[in-house]
Write a protein that binds this ligand. Structure first.
Ligand code: UT7
Length: 321
């Protein structure tokens, strides 16, 4: 059967690291509070010369190098972001030009923190339907540009970065590699729990992130547990069959609670929230790249991606490496 196989991964982080102590010198917070409530110790923040497209381009080039694939053979770029360089055109088209593969398909996907899952599912469908043979799926964000730096309830939580994977349509055996199943959901009723209070068609401004953290937390654990169970049921598997969970990195306590509910051992959960904070659509491919490059995720492993974010949107995808 035709499957979308991950051939390589890459990531990119801004040069500047901002510690909790640095934030505590500017607003009423503390390293102790941030670590205890979120697990975050530091985040990377984009400088003036770094944008969503430059980070995405660096991650894409790293993924191509890792896969040993020439950029010219990429026919599809799906880029997940809530912080595009411009309102239009799509940041994906900037990346396409920067890596030198003009002429194929390139567009952005807006599903905030679940963006990488939505982008992966979109690219997977397009590859399996024959619209393209090779794709780049990218999650890239500069959330620092839409944070209210006086709102301690949100500004300590987020960071900037990008991650990318190269997908290739390959004839695979039943137990061979590739994206095995994906489940996506959205619930617009929960708009007001996590949103940006601006936009081109409403205020004409970019706006700032607004979140009711405690309520988002509650929904996140329930929604993620449900969607992970759906994916496991699709494949007739139990939690202990999964080699690695690569979750959206919003809060270490959400990762722990979700893993516990599914009976997945905590050491199988890839955690980067301590180093990167919440990088929205970039967090899953960033964490995936870290765990591949340090040798944890290997060929043949069953890897579960999962994420939940503004909208609400949420989803999970099971991939064999
Ligand atoms: O990526 C999309 C998905 N996003 C998420 O999944 C985020 C989900 N939510 C969370 O991760 C957590 O709810 C937060 C980390 C945002 C907050 O943790 P919490 O344990 O739910 O705290 P809280 O919002 O209930 O606030 C507890 C207290 C409050 O003080 P009072 O009212 O109890 O006196 C806050 O004002 O902590 C206070 N607080 C802070 N204190 C120091 C809130 N932010 C801070 C801060 N530093 N940065």
């Amino acid at each position: 059967m035709l499957r979308s196989v991950i051939k390589g991964s890459g990531s990119a982080l801004p040069k500047r690291v901002v510690t909790n102590d640095e934030l505590a010198s500017q607003i009423d917070t503390s390293d102790e509070w941030i670590v205890e409530r979120t697990g975050i110790s530091q985040r990377h923040i984009a400088g003036e010369d770094e944008t969503t497209s430059t980070l995405a381009t660096d991650a894409a080039l790293a993924a191509l190098a890792d896969a040993g694939i020439d950029a010219k053979s990429i026919e599809l770029i799906v880029l997940a972001t809530a912080t595009p360089d411009n309102t239009f055109p799509a940041t994906a088209t900037k990346v396409q030009h920067a890596i030198g593969c003009d002429g194929g398909i390139a567009f952005d996907v807006a599903a905030v923190c679940s963006g990488f899952l939505y982008a992966l599912a979109t690219a997977d469908s397009m590859l399996r339907s024959g619209m393209a043979k090779r794709a780049l799926v990218i999650g890239a964000e500069t959330f620092s540009r839409i944070l209210d730096w006086e709102d301690r309830g949100t500004c300590v939580l987020f960071g900037d970065g990008a991650g990318a994977v190269v997908l290739e349509a390959v004839e695979s055996e039943e137990d061979g590699p590739g994206v095995l199943t994906t489940r996506l959901h959205a619930d617009g009723e929960q708009h007001d729990l996590l949103y940006v209070d601006g936009g081109p068609s409403t205020t004409g401004t970019v706006g700032h992130v607004r979140m009711k953290g405690r309520e988002v937390f509650r929904h996140a654990v329930v929604n993620l547990t449900d969607v992970l169970n759906e994916v496991l049921e699709d494949m007739n598997l139990s939690g202990d069959a999964i080699d690695w969970v690569v979750p959206h990195q919003a809060n270490a306590r959400i990762l722990d609670a979700t893993a516990r509910k599914l009976g997945i051992a905590p050491e199988k959960v890839v955690v980067t929230v301590d180093q990167h904070a919440n990088t929205s659509a970039a967090s899953v491919p960033l964490a995936f790249d870290v765990a591949r490059k340090d040798g944890r995720i290997k060929a043949g492993d069953l890897v579960m991606f999962e994420a939940m974010g503004g909208g609400f949107t949420w989803g999970a995808s099971l991939v064999r490496m």
